[in-house]
Write a protein that binds this ligand. Structure first.
Ligand code: SF4
Length: 73
């Protein structure tokens, strides 16, 4: 199991994660990325999604210019 954490408050809406990893990311109405099916962590307000395999999420984390995607394994 792994977990994707997206710090939405730092997202600048560049769309790179969506282009690289549409399996997990989509653009939200407010112009920032949204982690599909994520829950909001009530303490940090980050989006969090439990996944089986990181797959493309690691590539998205690497390319994100705002460094607001973390993949925990
Ligand atoms: S790559 Fe990073 S900054 Fe760009 S839309 Fe995705 S989460 Fe936001």
């Amino acid at each position: 199991m792994a977990k994707i954490i997206h710090n939405k408050s730092k997202c600048i809406g560049c769309g790179s994660c969506v282009a690289l990893c549409p399996k997990f990311f989509e653009m939200g109405e407010e112009g920032t990325a949204h982690l599909k099916g994520a829950k909001i962590n009530s303490e940090t307000q980050n989006e969090e999604l439990e996944i089986e395999e990181p797959d493309c999420a690691q590539d998205a984390a690497k390319i994100c210019p705002a460094q607001c995607i973390v993949v925990e394994k």
